[in-house]
Design a binder for this molecule. Structure first.
Ligand code: HEC
Length: 97
């Protein structure tokens, strides 16, 4: 019985440790940032900054990232477009999803 308790305590600590390291991981650069760099979005958007007044919500943001991606022929997959949109959303747009 006592052993069981010890076991569940260490399971708890292990889980807590994993949660902590997952948290540390999320402090790393957003994966969308690498996509933005790879697609060279800032070639244009450094001089023409992302402007939250030009899109109205999250779906519109994804659409316009898809639009620029298509124009550039950067060949991102749909989930990468969404990853990149998520990065821009966190940094600039702050839309609810
Ligand atoms: C060749 C230049 C160019 C490149 C490179 C480019 N864009 Fe754009 N982007 C534009 C233009 C032009 C518009 C339309 C601007 C407007 O409406 O003011 C636009 C609009 C946008 C918008 C919506 C307008 C806003 O400010 O909210 C977003 C978001 C966006 N681009 C994201 C991206 C992303 C992400 C990439 C990289 C995958 C990218 N763009 C690469 C030219 C570019």
């Amino acid at each position: 019985m006592n052993n069981m308790k010890k076991l569940s305590l260490s399971t708890f600590l292990l889980t807590a440790g994993m949660t902590l390291s997952a948290h540390a991981f999320s402090a790393d650069p957003h994966p969308g940032q690498a996509l933005e760099t790879a697609a060279n979005c800032l070639k244009c958007h450094a001089s023409q900054p992302y402007d939250p007044s030009k899109t109205k919500d999250w779906p519109a943001l994804v659409k316009v990232v898809q639009f620029c991606n298509d124009n550039l022929n950067s060949g991102m997959f749909e989930d990468e477009v969404e990853e990149l949109a998520d990065y821009l959303n966190e940094k600039h747009y702050h839309y609810a999803k």
